[in-house]
Design a protein around this ligand. Structure first.
Ligand SMILES: [Zn+2]
Length: 474
C-alpha cells in the first residue's frame, strides 16, 4: 500500500510566536507589480544604473569624454567557519517546487529562531522568495526562488525535488517482516574522535586513578559498532563515518592557525587575538569544523545515504576534568535541524544550506523518525526529557524529547539527520555503568537489571528506526 506523502501526514502545531503580521504587510508593500520587481531585481543583479532616456542626445565622447566607470568592487562575504562561497545556482533545480504557504510555514515554524531572524535576508513575496546573495554587500543582488502556484486539488503532490536520499515511502522493495530495513543505506556518525584526541576536544574526564576515563568519542564508537550489527541484521547497508579513534580530516590545529587568525579578525574593528585565543580557535577549527566538514564530504559526495544517525552522549558542566563534578540529573533529547539565529542566516553559505534542507523537506522525515526513536528510547532507558531554557533550540511538536537546533553536522549532512543526546556522562549512575563496561546479557546495577549502557543505547535506537520504517515504507 502506498503511504501518504509526509507533506500530507505531517501535523503541525504552529507556535504563537510564529504568527507574523508584519510579514504580510511587508509583502503588500514590497510587491506592487511583478514587472516592477523584475526591473529592480535585474538592476540589482547587474549592479548597473537604470538606462538613460534616449530622448536626450548623448554628448560626443570626443568633445566631452565620459567618466570612467567605477571599479567593480568585490567584498568577501560572511561565511561560517571554514565555509565556502555559496553557489546560488544550486537552487535552480528547486524553482517552482514549493508553494508560498508551505515555504513560509516551514521557515517560520521550524527554521527561524524568531520572526525577525530572516528579515532583509529572505523575503517572502507573493510569487517568490527573494534571497540576498551576500548579506554584507546587498549590491551583489538577490536570488529569486519562484513559488509553486497553490492548488486546491488535495491529490496533487508537489513535484519531485532533487535529493540523493530516498524517503521511506518511496523505497521500492516492499516491507519484509524479517528485514524491515532492506534497501536502506544508513550512515552512523559516532560523535567526536576519542582516544588520544579526547582531551583536546574536551570530551573527557576521569575520577580517581583506578577508574576508566569517560571519553565520549570512544563511547559513541562502541554504540556505533553495536548498532551497525543490529541494523545490518535487519537488512540495512550500514557505513560508519569512522571506525577508530582517529580524525577523518587530515588537517590538524597547526595547519589551521592562519584560518583561525582570519576568523578572529573577520569583523571590522576586531582586535589582534592573544596567542591562547588563536591556538584555542585553531583547535576548534580542527576537531569541530574541519572534522565535521570532512565527514560531510564523505557523506554527501560518496556515501549518499538515506539517513544519518549522529551518536552523542550528553553532559552537564563537570568543571575540572581531573576532579569532576557529579550531578544527579540524567536525561535524553533528540535534535533535528532548525532554529537558525539571525547571525547564522547572515552567513551566506549557511543561508543556502538552510534553504536546501527546507526545499528537500528533510524536516518532515527527521521529525517523524526522531519521534519514533525518542519513544523507543524513553521506554528502554527510562530517561526523562531534557528541556532547553535558552533560545538556541525550540520545540516544534508535542514530543518533549524533540528539539530543533542548528548544528554543523545536522545542517551540512544533506539528508535526514537524527542527532542523539542521551545520558549525562557525569551522572553517578552513568559513570558506574561505563565502569561496568560492555558486559554480555544483563547485570544488576543500582538495584536494577540492565543491559550494558552501549547495548541499551544501540538497541533502543534500532527499535525506533524499525518502528518508523514499518510505519512509513510500502
Ligand atoms: Zn557530543
Amino acid at each position: 500500500m502506498l503511504k501518504c506523502h509526509p507533506v500530507l501526514f505531517s501535523t503541525y502545531h504552529i507556535p504563537r510566536r510564529s504568527r507574523n503580521p508584519s510579514l504580510a504587510v511587508l509583502c503588500t508593500i514590497l510587491v506592487t507589480s511583478t514587472a516592477l520587481l523584475s526591473t529592480i531585481l535585474s538592476q540589482n543583479e547587474n549592479n548597473s544604473p537604470p538606462a538613460k532616456s534616449t530622448n536626450t542626445p548623448l554628448p560626443s565622447t570626443q568633445q566631452n569624454p565620459l567618466p570612467a566607470p567605477p571599479p567593480i568592487t568585490t567584498k568577501k562575504g560572511l561565511l561560517a567557519r571554514l565555509g565556502t562561497q555559496p553557489d546560488w545556482s544550486r537552487l535552480d533545480d528547486y524553482q517552482s517546487s514549493i508553494t508560498r504557504t508551505e515555504f513560509q510555514r516551514l521557515l517560520q515554524h521550524n527554521y527561524l529562531q524568531n520572526d525577525q531572524s530572516a528579515d532583509l535576508l529572505i523575503e517572502v513575496l507573493d510569487d517568490r522568495a527573494r534571497i540576498l546573495k551576500q548579506s554584507n554587500h546587498p549590491a551583489a543582488g538577490y536570488y529569486d526562488l519562484l513559488f509553486l502556484p497553490a492548488t486546491t486539488d488535495p491529490a496533487k503532490l508537489p513535484p519531485e525535488v532533487p535529493r540523493y536520499w530516498t524517503p521511506a515511502w518511496k523505497l521500492r522493495a516492499p516491507l519484509q517482516r524479517s528485514k524491515p530495513l532492506s534497501d536502506l543505506h544508513i550512515v552512523i556518525d559516532p560523535g567526536h574522535i576519542g582516544g588520544d584526541f579526547a582531551q583536546v576536544e574536551e570530551r573527557w574526564y576521569r575520577i580517581g586513578k583506578n577508574t576508566l576515563p569517560i571519553t565520549e568519542g570512544d563511547m559513541t564508537l562502541k554504540v556505533a559498532k553495536i548498532m551497525r550489527n543490529n541494523l545490518t541484521a535487519l537488512g540495512a547497508r550500514v557505513t560508519l563515518t569512522r571506525t577508530e579513534a582517529q580524525p577523518v580530516t587530515s588537517l590538524r590545529s597547526k595547519d589551521l592557525t592562519t584560518e583561525a587568525r582570519k576568523w578572529l579578525t573577520r569583523l571590522p574593528g576586531s582586535r589582534k587575538p592573544s596567542s591562547y585565543k588563536l591556538q584555542h580557535t585553531a583547535q576548534r577549527l580542527f576537531y569541530l569544523s574541519s572534522e565535521i566538514r570532512t565527514r560531510a564530504k564523505l557523506i554527501n559526495q560518496q556515501l549518499k545515504p538515506d539517513l544519518v544517525v549522529c551518536l552523542h552522549f550528553n553532559a552537564e558542566a563537570w568543571g575540572n576534568p581531573k576532579k569532576p563534578d557529579f550531578v544527579e540529573k540524567n536525561h535524553n533529547h533528540i535534535l533535528i535541524n532548525g532554529c537558525y539565529s539571525q547571525n547564522e542566516i547572515k552567513e551566506d553559505d549557511e543561508r543556502l544550506e538552510l534553504l536546501l534542507r527546507l526545499l528537500q523537506r528533510t524536516y518532515y522525515y527527521e521529525l517523524e523518525m526522531a519521534s519514533e526513536v525518542a519513544n523507543a528510547m524513553s521506554r528502554s532507558t527510562g530517561l526523562p526529557p531534557y528541556t532547553y531554557t535558552g533560545d538556541n533550540a525550540k520545540s516544534v511538536n508535542d514530543n518533549p524529547y524533540i528539539w530543533t537546533r542548528n548544528l554543523l553536522a545536522n545542517r551540512i549532512y544533506l539528508c535526514p539527520v537524527v542527532f542523539l543526546e542521551p545520558y549525562v556522562m557525569n551522572n553517578r549512575q552513568v559513570h558506574a555503568r561505563v565502569q561496568s563496561g560492555d558486559y554480555p546479557g544483563i547485570q544488576k546495577i543500582e538495584k536494577k537489571y540492565r543491559l550494558n549502557i552501549y547495548q541499551e543505547y544501540a538497541d533502543s535506537v534500532t527499535t525506533g528506526l524499525v518502528n518508523y520504517f514499518k510505519k512509513h515504507r510500502n
